[in-house]
Design a protein around this ligand. Structure first.
Ligand SMILES: Nc1ncnc2c1ncn2[C@@H]1O[C@H](COP(=O)(O)OS(=O)(=O)O)[C@@H](OP(=O)(O)O)[C@H]1O
Length: 359
């Protein structure tokens, strides 16, 4: 009887031990679940209370650009060059305060012209720089949409971080008489980029563009000269007028000193884009990030093209509307136009202190 009792007691001890262990495990498990729920909800509440753009920037990642939130600071990692260049200066790490998050700012730099001289190429090339952001389209604020007001203008700009330059290009600014004064009123310290090209080639390019839209146009020679002979140049024809660069520059120089301009050779932008881009980067006090490595010559297109850009990671050229095939123009007509522009070109060289080498 006694032995039986002892057995009973032994059995119940084991049971108690088993029960204690399993209860402890269950309790530990629930304690863990409870804690992770609390941590999770804190985390969610914290994220919900952050401004939207912080959350966006934390998730915006692609191969060339990553933005992460680290200890309350936004870290933006930018890269633009080839893999072998990643450890060099072009690969940027930037710590930014929350106040410096992307906002739309007014432009610090304008590409004011000249139409058909390579303004698109310049914009696409300079915006390879991580410290430059540009509006993609021509904004036409200072000529066509001035009455829309500055708020409208600012909203057309891309978001930038503090320290990045904002830029836009509208080639008609250069020739519109009201624009220099308006730009001066807007920002007397603004930097102005002007791409210029031999005015004869520029006129042919202008004509080619118009012809591509209206096939029944007269021949170039018929539009450029009065009475069908190559004697009198029709200076009322828009494509001819624009090439008298000195006249338009005079207007701008009434407001801005020469030091606020950079004159870029349209010819050199084609033959040696990196060299022109070094000049542009120096003028804008930017680190020389855009180099020969960004370009390759596309022999089919006959122009320099980009190995990669902000929008495309594969090699590509400017669009079909850039680098059109020009019609063949009579040599004598070309010679007469060169003669017509010569004094204006000389004056332009004197004003800019640069000899562009046009004939
Ligand atoms: N890399 C590259 N690729 C293609 N085209 C190039 C390039 N660099 C300069 N150009 C020259 O740019 C000319 C067009 O000038 P714009 O961009 O100023 O034209 S526009 O005023 O914006 O319409 C364009 O004129 P056309 O050749 O008559 O089409 C080109 O000669």
């Amino acid at each position: 009887m006694l032995i039986q009792n002892v057995k009973v007691i032994k059995i119940s001890n084991r049971t108690i031990l088993f029960l204690t262990i399993s209860t402890s495990i269950t309790l530990l498990y629930f304690f863990y679940l409870f804690n992770s729920c609390i941590i999770n909800s804190f985390h969610k509440a914290f994220r919900r209370n952050l401004p939207k753009n912080i959350i966006n920037t934390t998730i915006s990642t692609n191969s060339d650009e990553q933005t992460q939130l680290i200890l309350g600071s936004v870290v933006r990692i930018l890269s633009l060059t080839d893999d072998d260049n990643r450890n060099e200066s072009a690969f940027k790490y930037r710590l930014v305060n929350p106040q410096n998050l992307s906002v739309r700012r007014f432009p610090d730099v304008l590409i004011i012209g000249v139409k058909k001289s390579g303004t698109r190429a310049l914009l696409e090339f300079i915006r390879l720089h991580p410290d430059v952001r540009a509006a993609g389209n021509e904004i036409h604020f200072f000529d066509r949409h001035y009455s829309f007001g500055l708020n409208w203008y600012r909203k057309k700009m891309p978001p930038t971080m503090s320290g990045q330059l904002t830029m836009e290009k509208t080639p008609s600014y250069f020739i519109t008489s009201s624009v220099p004064g308006r730009v001066f009123k807007f920002n007397p310290k603004i930097k102005l980029l002007l791409v210029v090209r031999n005015p004869v080639t520029r006129a042919i390019s202008d004509y080619t563009q118009a012809f591509s839209k209206k096939k029944d146009m007269k021949k170039f020679e018929e539009l450029v000269f009065v009475n069908g002979s190559y004697e009198v140049v029709d200076t009322t024809y828009g494509a001819i007028k624009i090439g008298v660069y000195a006249k338009y520059l005079e207007r701008w120089l009434k407001y801005f000193p020469l030091s606020q301009f950079l004159f870029i050779s349209g010819e050199r932008l084609i033959s040696d884009p990196a060299a022109e881009l070094y000049r542009v980067q120096d003028f804008l006090n930017l680190k020389r990030v855009i180099t020969e490595k960004h370009f390759y010559f596309n022999s089919t297109k006959g122009f320099p093209c980009l190995l990669k850009s902000e929008s495309k990671a594969t090699p590509h050229c400017l669009g079909k509307t850039k680098g059109r095939i020009h019609p063949v123009i009579d040599d004598q007509a070309i010679e007469r136009l060169n003669e017509f522009y010569r004094p204006f070109n000389q004056k332009f060289y004197q004003m800019t202190l640069i000899n562009f080498g046009w004939s």
